[in-house]
Each structure stands twice: as structure tokens, then as C-alpha cells.
Design a binder for this molecule. Structure first.
Ligand code: PMP
Length: 425
């Protein structure tokens, strides 16, 4: 029996589904999850010692590649001085300064330990600041698993065909309005009718939890104009896109200044670290300055901050994002060409270090289009690639992630593998 299967069977006895986060279970693609033994650069090795080129990268954080020696050293250096204090440290100020320097929209920032906490806190803050209850999110966008956001969500909820979670009382979500991504007309109508009641709009500025879906320029600018006009807080949830699509994040690509931004993944460099920040007048409502409560035993954890700060410095090396974008674009282009050669209806797209693979004829721009893609064929492609030693997200509804450790050669190897895989599906 394969060691992966052995571990899966053993894990299922004490861990629900054998995994600690749903999409890891291969529930929609079928088969046995790969248990990771170690990872280095663009690769990881599973429990059977098989090597894979990894296009998940811990679902985004591993932008400089796995186990980058500088990051590992920083973590080792601080760990010997203690793992957590529950009192402030200088490094927390340093990472806050770094984030504020890189994001002009962020004047103040609070550190938390997960993207879920960041978005949950940002929403509470927006409600506290405006004194309003209603919030707007978009169909297919995932903002973590806090109650009020588990409505028509993407990621694992979409993958498992259950976009709104059980265990969430209707009372908790009655203030959550779900609109269509990229539907400007619906957005305008909503603000015309109830704009004054909306505390905030939370947006995945480039959606990565329903595969990769880009917003139109018209949509993001309408959103900024409408929220500003109605005194609604605009939250850019850049947990996934932050420092991955550009050094200035998606907001720099859009030329939009949101009121609040949530960050995670890359800013923790693989450790549990996330953040929310933005306008100082809004952030001033957070406890201990204001009456909106938010706290965390491990917030600003020194080991996590060391990994994050080091990662943030590494991605500021000249040409980092240009190289990452160029390689990701080449991957996307190469995969699309391979599909064309094989006569398979599959297209691709990319932005910065994120890419999408869609089993349909044109790049989707909406939830409806993306969910109409050929899921069965994606599943066959996923497994064919896995056999070839390429690890893609085990879902047709997740974006892929490239790191700077994915060299031109590794990208070409991946395209060659896809050519062989596509010929078989
Ligand atoms: N927001 C976005 C856009 C995300 O992609 C995610 C996680 N994939 C989250 C929030 C939640 O982050 P976490 O899993 O760290 O709680």
C-alpha cells in the first residue's frame, strides 16, 4: 500500500476527513491526498518520496519558494529567544512600517494570525465606524470562514457544492448581501436603493477562490465611486493577492485606494500571520483606542513576524515581480498552447504570480461562467498532471500559485508534462 494511502486511512480515524482544511482532502477530484514530507524551492516530496513541482505553495504564502534559506535562518534566529510573549516587540513595528510603506492606502495596521481573523475584524470595524449593519460581498468570493461571510462563498464551499455553510443561523447572515462579481448595473442599483445602510463592501480585488477571475476596470472604479459617495467602507481583501500580483498589491494594479485592506499568506511567509489596516480615522476605532474590540493571544507572534518581514524584504529585490509575472504568464501561455495542440477546450489566464486554468472556450469573467466549465475534464487533467509530478490545486475553482523558485526550466518542464497529460485526457 502507498504510504500516502496508509497515512490517509490512519488520519481519518482521528481527524475529520483526514485533513485539517477541506480542499486538502481531494474530495472533488477523488484519490488519495499527498502527505508532504518536505519541501524546497518549487518542489515538495510526498510520503512515498515522489517529487512534485508545487503550484499551490501553501495556497499562496510560499512566494519566495519553500524553505528559503534566509527565511529559515530568520525564524531560527528569533526562535531561540522565545516563541511568544503576549507583550509588544520591535519587529511588530518594523513589519507594520514595511506594510504602510508598500501600501499608501494603509496608514495603520493591526496584526492577526489568519486571513479569517483579518476579514472578520475588518468587517466589525467597518460596522463600528459607520454604525451600519449591512455588508456586501460578491458571489464566488471567499473571505475566510467567519459566520457572516459564509454566504455564496468560493474556495472549498464552491468545490464541494455547498456555497453557504451549515451551522450559521439565518439571523447571522441576514445583513449580508451577495451581489454578482463584475455586474456594474446591479451594484449601481443596490447603492441607489440602500447605499446609506451599507457599512462596507468586501471584495477579492482579483478573485482567486472561484478559479482566477479578473474584475473589469469599470467594475472596480464604479465600486470605489459608489462606496465613497455613500460613506461605505471599501475593503480590499488582499489576503491572496497581497504582494503576489504586484509589489503594490491589486490596488496598485487597479489604481484604487481602498479604505481598508486585509492581508495574509505572503506577509507571513508560511507562518500564521495576517493583518488588516487602512485609514487612520477608521483604524482609530479599534480597541484600545476605540470601542471596536479585537484581540489575539498570538497576534504579532515573533516567529511569524520574522518569517513575514524577511519575505517582504526578499520580494522587494529589483525585478522580483517582473520575473514572477513573466514566468507565470509563460506558464499560462504554454499550457494554453499545449491544450490547443491536443484539441482540448482549455484556456488560461494569469496576473503576477497567480494563474487560472479553465476547461472552457473563453476566459470566464463571472461565477456563472466559471461554474459552467468542464469539471470532469479538469479532474482527469489534475490526476494526469499528478502522475507527471506536477501538483495543481485539487479543484477546478482555485487559482494556481507560482514562486520565484519556479525557474524558466521548471516552467518548461511543467508545460512539457501538460502536453503529455492533455494527450491522455
Ligand atoms: N480571504 C481570501 C481572499 C482568501 O483567499 C483566504 C484564504 N484562502 C482568506 C481570506 C482566509 O484566510 P485564512 O485561510 O488564513 O483564514
Amino acid at each position: 500500500m502507498s504510504r500516502n494511502l496508509e497515512l490517509f486511512e490512519r488520519g481519518k480515524k482521528t481527524i475529520p476527513g483526514g485533513v485539517n482544511s477541506p480542499v486538502r482532502a481531494f474530495g472533488s477530484v477523488g484519490g488519495t491526498p499527498r502527505f508532504v514530507k518536505k519541501a524546497l524551492g518549487a518542489h515538495f516530496w510526498d510520503a512515498d518520496d515522489k517529487q512534485y513541482i508545487d503550484y499551490i505553495g501553501s495556497w499562496g504564502p510560499a512566494i519566495v519558494g519553500h524553505a528559503h534559506p534566509t527565511v529559515i535562518k530568520a525564524v531560527q534566529d528569533v526562535a531561540v529567544d522565545g516563541l511568544s510573549f503576549g507583550a509588544p516587540t520591535e519587529a511588530e513595528i518594523e513589519i507594520a512600517e514595511e506594510i504602510c510603506k508598500l501600501l499608501p492606502s494603509v496608514e495603520q495596521v493591526r496584526l492577526v494570525s489568519s486571513g479569517t481573523e483579518a476579514t472578520m475584524s475588518a468587517i466589525r470595524l467597518a460596522r463600528g465606524f459607520t454604525g451600519r449593519d449591512a455588508i456586501v460581498k460578491f458571489e464566488g468570493c471567499y473571505h475566510g470562514h467567519s459566520d457572516s461571510l459564509l454566504v455564496k462563498a468560493g474556495s472549498g464551499l464552491l468545490t464541494f457544492g455547498n456555497p453557504s455553510s451549515g451551522g450559521v443561523p439565518a439571523d447571522f447572515t441576514k445583513h449580508t448581501l451577495v451581489l454578482e462579481y463584475n455586474n456594474v448595473e446591479q451594484l449601481e442599483r443596490t447603492f441607489r436603493e440602500i447605499g446609506e445602510q451599507i457599512a462596507c463592501v468586501i471584495l477579492e480585488p482579483i478573485a482567486g477562490n472561484m478559479n482566477l477571475i479578473k474584475p473589469s476596470a469599470e467594475f472596480v472604479h464604479a465600486l470605489r465611486a459608489l462606496t465613497e459617495k455613500h460613506g461605505t467602507v471599501l475593503i480590499y481583501d488582499e489576503v491572496m493577492t497581497g504582494f503576489r500580483v504586484d509589489l503594490g498589491c491589486a490596488q496598485a494594479l487597479h489604481g484604487v485606494k481602498p479604505d481598508l485592506t486585509t492581508l495574509g499568506k505572503v506577509i507571513g511567509g508560511g507562518m500564521p500571520l495576517a493583518a488588516f489596516g487602512g485609514r487612520a480615522d477608521i483604524m482609530g476605532c479599534i480597541s484600545p483606542l476605540g470601542n471596536v474590540y479585537q484581540a489575539g493571544t498570538l497576534s504579532g507572534n515573533p516567529v511569524a513576524v520574522a518569517a513575514g518581514l524577511t519575505t517582504l524584504k526578499l520580494i522587494q529585490e529589483p525585478g522580483f515581480h517582473a520575473t514572477l509575472s513573466r514566468r507565470t504568464a509563460r506558464l499560462a501561455q504554454g499550457l494554453a498552447e499545449a491544450a490547443k495542440e491536443a484539441g482540448v477546450s482549455m484556456v488560461t489566464d494569469s496576473v503576477g504570480g497567480m494563474f487560472g486554468i479553465y476547461f472552457c472556450d473563453a476566459v470566464p469573467t463571472s461565477y456563472a461562467q466559471v461554474t459552467a466549465s468542464d469539471r470532469e475534464r479538469f479532474n482527469r487533467f489534475f490526476h494526469a498532471m499528478l502522475d507527471e509530478g506536477v501538483y495543481l490545486a485539487p479543484s477546478a475553482y482555485e487559482a494556481g500559485f507560482v514562486s520565484i523558485a519556479h525557474t524558466d526550466e521548471i516552467i518548461e518542464q511543467t508545460i512539457a508534462a501538460a502536453r503529455r497529460a492533455l494527450a491522455r485526457i
